[in-house]
Design a protein around this ligand. Sequence first.
Ligand code: NDP
Length: 249
Amino acid sequence: MNAPLTGTVALVTGASSGIGAAIARGLAADGAAVALVARRVDRLKSLADELPLALAVGADVTDATQAANAVARAATEWGRLDIVVNNAGLMLAGPVADAPDGEWERMLSVNLNGTLNIVRAALPHLRRAGTIGPRDVADLVTISSTSGRLARSGNAVYSLTKFGVNGFSEALRQEMVPHRVRVGEVAPGIVDTEMATHTRDGVREAFLGQVAEVTLMQPSDIADAVRYMVTRGRRVAVNEMLVRAAEQT
Ligand code: NDP
């Protein structure tokens, strides 16, 4: 039997580490050709070398032109685009009152503008794939967070961005129903990745202390959720998945 995504083309942002790299591996194992998008091209190239059909595409998703070029590169290389995973993201935790200049803007820029830039460029391709292709359906998945469902002190601006992408995804889902583009959102709990290392000193230790007793999820646990979402038959649309570490409150 063919792998379920044979003949499809996927694009994953933030594929240079953590959850994005695991999603790319998972989609490739399911048979998709995968365009790997992020800024650290060396890492993308080593991942591409491991996968049967993959392309490393260096791009900063906060730049609309670079995002559009990355999408165009994938679609040109393989002639179509069936699955897009908006995964690139940044969490800079910390109390609102103490935030250094520029931290909020960086989060808003990657988590919101980055997502919008990729969506704008990808929609025409996804709409086409929704009607012509191996599956007659296309998928747009955004990686949100439990912070997009439940606001907690110390994570206000990150929560703002993730509540934002959830609202955007739901509205877009309704708009895309006639075009057979399924729009879904996966909300991970705490996953063992580089994410916390970006948070400033002092706050990072407090954050890691809070989760010290929890067995963290691995990136592949979230990749499994994305794979489940995009491999359903076309009569099913899994629009939301909340996946927490079992010991997480
Ligand atoms: P990582 O820090 O390991 O990965 C973040 C990815 O985003 C990297 O590949 C990075 O690549 C990419 N990225 C960041 N900024 C840009 C940019 N401007 N342009 C292109 N790519 C960019 O963290 P995770 O894997 O944990 O995070 C992935 C997603 O999962 C994020 O959206 C995060 O909010 C979400 N999430 C993570 C959780 C966790 O506990 N880890 C929990 C809930 C949600 P590069 O630097 O090479 O550009």
